[in-house]
Write a protein that binds this ligand. Structure first.
Ligand SMILES: [Zn+2]
Ligand SMILES: [Zn+2]
Length: 322
């Protein structure tokens, strides 16, 4: 019942809804407000294109709020690195103590907004080239608030399109007609719309040009030794797919039998080794086991995470079984 809601809280909610309108979500349990959620952007006037960072603020109203501090969480940060988030959290803690006894949500939004405005440039690396964003870089913000050097995203999209088309070309023509054509974000797979021709014209990342030539330091050599020991362990435990294969990468081949090279038997051996390595979970003669399934001739018959062939990717029943 609304009678149980502290007047200070209901006044605060009213004010928040009046100011933020649809941008604030209030989750209620039995009519009592429990969580206030809003996405905070930097202040850039109305210029949404200039907002390069954002974060979702979640305020859980603990019983006794505002005389007791609410629980504050920052979710889905975009373009913000851990240092910036840590600093915002510290400031939030201070603000909560200062404002004890009075509504604090609007103050929190303002505090976060100020911080975002100050760091309204993507921090961290471009996940494609692993170079940082520096002065002079040409970068792009996708609709999902992920950042890439324009140059890198162009290369990624062009390569992705090429591999995708190779798979589509293997389909019967009626299926080719239905194959969707769209670009996805390399980080979160959200659909993005980019003009590859425009992106392609951008210069490569500044750091990639100015980077000193590669040199195999003692530190790197030590890392190599460590990593090869790790790889050997993974291979021994069956956790590596495609080692020694001559064909295309295992995640893009359609099925072991489609791979005409010598790796067919290799893959089968690997699957068998994997199955026998897990005697309690394997079901060699069960209908669901890889060997018992009909051979799938469509695209994207991938391998599951353990490198075991047989778990079909997206795309309905096997085309070859009709
Ligand atoms: Zn890059
Ligand atoms: Zn994304």
């Amino acid at each position: 019942m609304s009678a149980t809601v502290d007047e200070r809280i209901s006044d605060e909610l009213e004010a928040l809804e009046a100011i933020l309108m649809n941008d604030v979500v209030v989750k209620k349990v039995n009519d009592v407000p429990e969580i206030i959620e809003t996405v905070v952007h930097p202040s850039t006037g109305d210029d949404v294109d200039q907002q390069f960072v954002c974060v979702t603020l979640e305020v859980r109203l603990t019983p006794g709020y505002p005389d007791i501090s609410p629980e504050v969480t920052l979710r889905n940060p975009r373009g913000l690195d851990d240092e910036v988030l840590k600093s915002i959290y510290t400031q939030i803690k201070r603000k909560l103590l200062d404002c004890l006894g009075q509504p604090v949500v609007f103050e929190l939004i303002e505090l976060i907004r100020e911080n975002l405005t100050e760091s309204n440039l993507p921090s961290g690396q471009c996940v494609i080239c692993l170079y940082n964003f520096v002065e002079g870089d040409v970068f792009i913000k996708t609709q999902c608030y992920h950042y890439f050097h324009s140059y890198c995203l162009a290369s990624h999209l062009i390569a992705g399109q090429k591999y995708y088309q190779e798979e589509v070309d293997k389909l019967p023509s009626w299926q080719q007609m239905q194959a969707p054509q769209y670009q996805t974000c390399p980080v979160c797979r959200c659909r993005v719309t980019c003009d590859v021709e425009v992106l392609k014209a951008a210069p490569p990342p500044v750091d990639s040009i100015t980077a000193p030539p590669f040199c195999l330091t003692a530190e790197l050599k030590a890392l190599q030794v460590k990593m090869s020991a790790l790889l050997a362990r993974q291979v021994a435990r069956g956790g590596v797919v495609g080692m020694g294969d001559n064909g295309p990468p295992p995640l893009t081949i359609t099925s072991p039998s489609d791979n005409d090279g010598g790796s067919t038997s290799q893959e089968a051996d690997k699957a068998e080794a994997l199955a026998s390595a897990r005697p309690h979970t394997s079901s060699e003669n069960a209908p669901g086991s890889p060997q018992a399934r009909p051979v799938y001739r469509g695209p994207y018959r991938g391998f599951n995470r353990r490198g075991k062939p047989g778990r079909r990717g997206r795309g309905g029943p096997a085309a070859g079984s009709r």
